[in-house]
Design a protein around this ligand. Structure first.
Ligand code: 0RQ
Length: 490
């Protein structure tokens, strides 16, 4: 049926689980038709909105259009859309920022109530009625299992060769019935290549031919290159110390420009036959697979530029057996991440002297994207690294601050901080020693004396000397920025 007819099957107030993860595999036309319905309802003076749950971020034709018409009551678990972000930060939309591996379990538990509709993009439907997943798996299995009704978008733009690349695990259960997840290596297959859905649940099939959202990466600049070099040096050092094997341990790499630059840096490094157990496959990871630096990669989704997508489609035959796409509850599963000993590399907004990391909020109260999978990996990784340039907004902001204005990853989950200035290995160090490392190795030279001055005065003046802070001053860098547009003193 048409997208408009399918959208009619989504009632006002519905809880809707949609496919989509970092701009890959989201429904391309039904959300737009739903937004049109919401607008129409508005012209009749009726308010219509739905709750939208996904895998992670989507695209303007899903988040963008629905947010623009104020059509979303509650959004979870991750977004990166500018219109959605503006609505959330204006207090006009509820947003729940959830660890990506927790979402399926929370839905099975019934935390969000009954899921009404699933809107899922697939690559195709087999003669036996099995669903060939698209360019992301995300929470699709859970949405299909839990929803009362299922709307499918069959996207002929997705390459048919995706068939067989997925591994959809059907063994999850709620406690006390859980069993160990039998994964011992990143390439192990423990599930089905298809999503299963009882045919009687499928209320609509809509045909599309539309591309995924292209993620634009900025060209690798000097700071990103320096950060990448520091990552390679640090990993080489760990191999030298005998703490990591020569072919390292499975890599997890976050989203964004820095992560992509680090992958490029690894290609120039001394490593070979690496593996990845990660969440998203960016352009840099495809390059590593092409060069052979990476043997294989497990993820839940792609996040590619236009060029990256074209390259993937051209070379899909060589990737087919080396990439596995899984549900996000498995790609990010704490049990598996801990067992495999992943090396986690994630971006951040800011870190403080003691190693607490803020990945999500600008100046304490404005959401940027969300925690995504960074917490799933950071807490359970063998080595948890957080990366950022030492300054933001052309040097006006120090990304190393006395106290973070929001905490996503506590000092207990953060092992190593890396900026273009250097590497602060915080493992095994008591708080004050960590602070000195952060100042000496990560802070920008302009902000270094200011941080040293804070630490010295806090150490002298704070009542508790374990993690010294001057509470009336600890967030003054942020309040200065909000007042004067800069954290600098000149
Ligand atoms: O804002 O675009 O308005 O200039 O934050 O920063 O430098 O482009 O960095 O693309 O690597 O993103 C933490 C957001 C970094 C990302 C974050 C401003 C900066 C810019 C983006 P503008 P950059 P990146 C698995 C892992 C959480 C999810 C995660 C992220 C914008 O890595 O979302 O890790 N992480 N998932 O100017 C104020 C500071 C700032 C700052 C940067 N200290 N203060 N603004 N910015 N530092 C994947 C998934 O989960 C899907």
């Amino acid at each position: 049926m048409s997208a408009a007819e399918a959208a009619e099957l989504i009632p006002a107030g519905a809880r809707v689980g949609m496919s989509g993860f970092t701009g890959a595999g989201h429904p391309k036309v039904v959300p737009e038709a739903l937004a049109a319905r919401i607008t129409e309802a508005g012209t009749r003076g009726e308010r219509m909105a739905v709750s939208v749950y996904t895998g992670a971020s989507t695209a303007p034709e899903l988040d963008g259009v629905l947010a623009a018409v104020d059509g979303i009551d509650l959004r979870m678990p991750y977004q990166s859309d500018p219109v959605t972000r503006a609505k959330i930060n204006a207090g006009q939309m509820d947003y729940l920022d959830v660890h990506l591996s927790h979402v399926a379990q929370m839905v099975w538990e019934g935390i969000f109530g009954q899921l009404d509709v699933a809107v899922i993009e697939v690559t195709g439907i087999t003669e036996q009625g099995e669903l060939i997943p698209s360019s992301s798996v995300g929470n699709n299995k859970t949405w299909i299992d839990q929803a009362e009704r299922v709307v499918l978008e069959v996207n002929s733009w997705q390459p048919a060769e995706l068939e067989g690349m997925h591994d959809v695990y059907y063994g999850t259960a709620l406690p006390p019935d859980r069993k160990p997840i039998q994964m011992r290596g990143p390439q192990d297959r423990i599930g089905s290549a298809y999503l299963h859905c009882p045919p009687e649940k499928i209320v609509a099939v809509v045909e599309t031919h539309a591309p995924d959202r292209a993620t634009a990466f900025s060209p690798v600049d000097a700071d990103s290159r320096r950060i990448a070099e520091h990552v390679v040096d640090f990993l080489s050092h760990e191999v030298g110390k005998g703490r990591l094997p020569a072919d390292l341990l499975p890599l997890q790499s976050g989203v964004g420009n820095i992560a992509n630059a680090v992958l490029a840096g690894l290609d120039d490094g001394p490593f070979a036959r690496l593996t990845a157990y990660t969440e998203v496959i960016q352009d840099g990871m495809l390059d590593l697979l092409r060069s052979g630096t990476l043997s294989s990669a497990s993820a839940t989704s792609f996040s590619l530029s236009e060029e990256g997508m074209a390259g993937f489609r051209a070379d899909i035959a060589q990737f087919r057996d080396r990439i596995v796409l899984r549900p996000q509850e498995i790609s990010n599963h704490p049990e598996v991440v801990r067992r495999l000993g992943c090396l986690a590399m994630n971006g951040m907004i800011e870190a403080d002297l003691y190693g607490n990391v803020n990945s999500t909020h600008v100046m304490g109260s404005s959401i940027q994207n969300g925690i995504g999978g960074s917490g799933d990996f950071a807490r359970n990784a063998f080595v948890s690294m957080f990366l950022t340039p030492s300054t933001a907004k052309r040097g006006a902001i120090s990304c190393l601050v006395p106290m973070v204005s929001h905490v996503d990853h506590t000092e207990h989950d953060v092992h190593v901080l890396i900026t273009e200035q250097g590497v602060a290995d915080l493992r095994g160090l008591a708080p004050r020693r960590r602070a000195q490392k952060v100042i000496d190795h990560c802070a920008h030279p302009y902000f270094r004396p200011m941080l040293q001055d804070y630490l010295d005065r806090a150490t002298a003046g704070a009542r508790g000397k374990h993690t010294p802070h001057l509470l009336e001053e600890s967030l003054s860098w942020h309040t200065r920025y909000l007042r004067e547009g800069t954290m600098r003193l000149d």
